[in-house]
Design a protein around this ligand. Structure first.
Ligand SMILES: Cc1cc2nc3c(=O)[nH]c(=O)nc-3n(C[C@H](O)[C@H](O)[C@H](O)COP(=O)(O)OP(=O)(O)OC[C@H]3O[C@@H](n4cnc5c(N)ncnc54)[C@H](O)[C@@H]3O)c2cc1C
Length: 394
């Protein structure tokens, strides 16, 4: 088998790998290795496909802000359809949670995002099926958007090819060895070499690091379940927002004429082809019955997907402290699609040894606070990502 050489090899063709491959292809030849027959088969193809600047831990939500421009106005020729369409998001607070809602509103306003703080009764004008007795107030984020994830992924891959890069499917990385100044990679479909590797393997990032002979990093996958059912007949759901509670026990949104709901479960998982959990399906249905006037008669569709977190839930992006030619783009949690454009630019800047892009640095992102070498990511002594925190949406 011949060996193909490149300037950069990216491992994993989900949204993370495709986007950083696209960014790096401006600077050299990129090979993107994907173990499955199709890109986007795992987490990227299973998301709720929403972009909210009020979502996620501090640094991720800022990367979402820094990604907005790309999603709204992608480069010429990137896609034939809009990558984002208006959705709106509604965050519901119970008694005692108004302080949290106010803090979210302040944080959003500080980044220039539009917000509207309303009573639970007023929230009915956005989503008429809420049981308002369950909540006291709500934050409406009008600029929350649906993302066309397929078009986004396809756009990155199309542009990668146009710039001379290559996607290799069925290309599971089986060995990864550093020899001199070069990484040598073997897959069932060929061998590949490059001086720099980007680890964008989603739930499998720790496995890739182990193959490379690097120390354990605390970046681990958790399963989430999603369920789809028919809305009440005659209701015009298309304008309903993404609706969730501040306490993070559920969210639901219109999805291709139906309603998607998640009980926002977060169960530790091995990296795998995740499936919906039956107990979580039942919990999702119960949440709909408890907090809305809708009735779930039949589950039309359900799925599971992995979301990968570091203990602080923040990005894991940067050069490995043991081997600087091994660059991490990981820990996307529930922000990987919406914040992926800025995360990719950040990872590319580390791979190139360049400074952090100015717009991202201006939002308070530093090499240290996203580093794969920061204490909580390095610490394998028992500190695990916290389950069920405010950041568990996605
Ligand atoms: C139910 C649910 C709802 C979500 N909702 C949202 C949302 O609304 N908005 C949002 O932004 N995010 C959301 N997310 C999170 C989002 O889906 C992830 O953050 C994102 O898809 C992660 O992308 P990724 O490229 O890192 O991972 P993946 O898409 O999993 O890609 C990693 C790739 O690496 C490949 N790989 C693994 N090992 C190897 C190997 N040895 N060799 C070669 N390839 C390998 C895998 O096959 C895979 O294709 C949601 C997630 C779930 C599960």
């Amino acid at each position: 088998m011949t060996t193909e050489t490149a300037d950069f090899i990216v491992i994993g063709a989900g949204i993370a790998g495709a986007s950083v491959a696209y960014e790096l292809s401006l600077n050299g030849k990129v090979i993107l290795l994907e173990m499955e027959a199709s890109p986007g088969y795992h987490s990227t193809g299973r998301s709720a496909a929403v972009m909210s600047e009020n979502y996620g831990p501090a640094l991720w939500s800022r990367l979402v802000t820094a990604s907005r421009q790309f999603l709204e106005v992608p480069p010429e020729g990137f896609a034939d359809v809009p990558l984002v369409t208006p959705r709106g998001a509604l965050f519901l607070a119970r008694d005692g949670e108004q302080g949290r809602l106010a803090a979210q509103a302040d944080e959003l306003a500080s980044r220039g995002a539009s917000i509207d703080l309303v009573s639970a009764e007023d929230a009915l004008r956005f989503c008429p099926v809420l049981k308002t007795s369950e909540f006291v107030s709500a934050l409406y984020e009008p600029d929350c958007m649906d993302i066309d994830t397929n078009a986004l992924l396809a756009g990155y891959l199309k542009m990668l090819r146009a710039r001379g890069g290559r996607l290799v499917t069925n290309g599971r990385v089986e060995t990864l060895d550093r020899s001199g100044d070069v990484w040598k990679i073997s897959t069932p479909v060929g061998t590949f070499e490059a001086p720099v590797v980007i680890n964008a393997a989603g739930g499998w990032v720790q496995q890739i690091a182990s193959l490379a002979g690097l120390s354990y990093r605390n970046v681990v996958p958790f399963r989430r379940t999603a369920v789809v059912f028919d809305p009440p007949s005659g209701s015009s759901i298309q304008t309903w927002p993404m609706t969730f509670d501040v306490a993070e026990t559920f969210y639901f949104k219109p999805e291709a004429g139906r309603i998607m709901v998640s009980p926002v479960d977060m169960a530790p998982s091995e990296p795998c082809d995740a499936q919906a959990d039956e107990l979580e399906v039942a919990i999702a249905i119960d949440r709909i019955h408890t907090y809305t006037t809708m009735e779930v008669r039949t589950v039309k569709h359900k799925w599971g997907g992995l979301r990968t977190f570091s203990p602080d839930h923040e990005p894991v992006i940067g050069r490995d402290p043991e081997e600087p030619s091994f660059v991490w783009l990981a820990g996307q949690g529930g922000n990987g699609v919406m914040g992926g454009a800025a995360a990719a630019r950040l990872a590319a800047s580390f791979a190139l040894g360049a400074g952090i892009p100015a717009d991202i640095a201006a939002l308070g992102v530093t090499a240290e606070n996203v580093s794969p070498g920061r204490a909580c990511v390095l610490d394998a002594s028992g500190e695990k990502p916290v389950v069920g925190t405010l950041e568990a949406f996605g």
